[in-house]
Design a protein around this ligand. Structure first.
Ligand SMILES: NC(=O)c1ccc[n+]([C@@H]2O[C@H](COP(=O)([O-])OP(=O)(O)OC[C@H]3O[C@@H](n4cnc5c(N)ncnc54)[C@H](OP(=O)(O)O)[C@@H]3O)[C@@H](O)[C@H]2O)c1
Length: 316
């Protein structure tokens, strides 16, 4: 598997397994199966509500000798309600405990959005805290400190714009090592990708297949269906691969990390096999031409009435 190399030599597998929406009850089998067939990178988060089961599967894989801890790359993310300086370590510890790990390979600030302590999902605008009250630098500085403890090997951000990355970098003198954001054929974000790569910040692309299984609160009826795109279907047919494989191979061809989610054994295998698919220059150019600037996860959820956040403020 192709890997990306961090400054200290650590290698991150370019293809990982997404676990958002992977239900407790099925995620254990999915993660174990994924490790059995060769996945070595799992993308997790406190808010996915399934880190306990993911951790059980990792432990089982280690216990039965399928894999050693050091051969796995485990990413997790600090949830919005742990942004306060004194809460950041607790946020990290909860993920470590649930995953049953001594350290995370990568820990990200999940969103540039702060919420009151103990709130998982906001039920009203009153559940939010503005970035004036808890600036991102407060949270970022804590991640920098936690990295020194060795409990986190690498630190980064998710859903951060160029200006937010510049702000925390300027104030701390330390750049995020990773920015994880939505990037796929319909939302290619070339400026953000170029900015990150030019600064030596690695990019992880989430929702690479269009995230069709999202809950209604973050979904729209009229959204375009990425897996139904006729041009990608034609590429898939010509190459004897699936549409999902074409989209994953296209992302890997750009040198970007990709984390498709599946809990289905056949699709887990199909997605993993994408690492060995090389698309032609023409096929890559065809997929490049499909950009609609369409975000499936548009940030509207954080901009509910009474919230200090607007969709524009999240992405700017
Ligand atoms: N940082 C963030 O804010 C953020 C936001 C969103 C996502 N993420 C991360 O990125 C991961 C991936 O994104 P995502 O879960 O939103 O969506 P995604 O990976 O784009 O799409 C997942 C959907 O595609 C289906 N699927 C998977 N493989 C397929 C295949 N080969 N053919 C057809 N359908 C296939 C899955 O169904 P089955 O499971 O039934 O196969 C599921 O319905 C997440 O799980 C999470 O780890 C991070």
């Amino acid at each position: 598997m192709r890997t990306l190399t961090f400054d200290n030599g650590d290698q991150m597998p370019i293809l990982g397994l997404g676990t958002w929406k992977s239900a407790p009850g099925e995620v254990y089998e999915a993660v174990l199966e994924a490790i059995k067939i060769g996945y070595r990178h799992i993308d997790c988060a406190y808010i996915y509500g399934n880190e306990n089961e993911v951790g059980d599967a990792i432990q089982e894989a280690i216990k039965t000798g399928l894999v050693a801890r050091e051969d796995l790359w485990i990413t997790s993310k600090l949830w919005n309600s742990f942004h306060k300086k004194e809460d950041v370590e607790e946020g990290m510890n909860r993920s470590l405990k649930a995953l049953k790990l001594d350290y995370l390979d990568l820990y990200l600030i999940h969103w540039p959005v702060a919420m009151k302590s103990r709130i998982d999902l906001p039920s009203s605008g009153a559940d939010f805290i503005s970035l004036e009250e808890i600036p991102l630098i407060e949270t970022w500085n804590e991640l920098i400190e936690l990295k020194k403890t060795g409990k986190i090997k690498h630190i980064g951000v998710s859903n951060f714009s160029k200006s937010k990355i510049e702000e925390i970098t300027k104030l701390s003198g330390i750049k995020p090592e990773m920015n994880q954001f939505e990037r796929h054929a319909y939302n290619q974000q070339p400026e953000l990708v170029d900015y990150c790569l030019s600064e030596g910040i690695k990019v992880t692309c989430y929702s690479p297949l269009g995230s069709a299984d999202r809950p209604a609160r973050v979904k729209r009826d009229d959204e375009p269906a990425l897996l139904q795109n006729e041009k990608v279907k034609a590429i898939a047919e010509t190459n004897g691969i699936s549409v999902a494989q074409a989209l994953i191979a296209w992302t890997i061809a750009k040198g970007l990390v990709v984390i498709p989610k599946s809990t289905n054994p056949e699709r887990l295998k199909q997605n993993l096999d994408s690492k060995d698919i090389t698309l032609s220059t023409e096929d890559i150019a065809t997929i490049d031409s499909l950009d609609l600037g369409h975000r499936y996860i548009d940030g509207q959820f954080w901009a509910q009435e009474g919230s200090p956040y607007t969709v524009e403020s999240i992405w700017s």
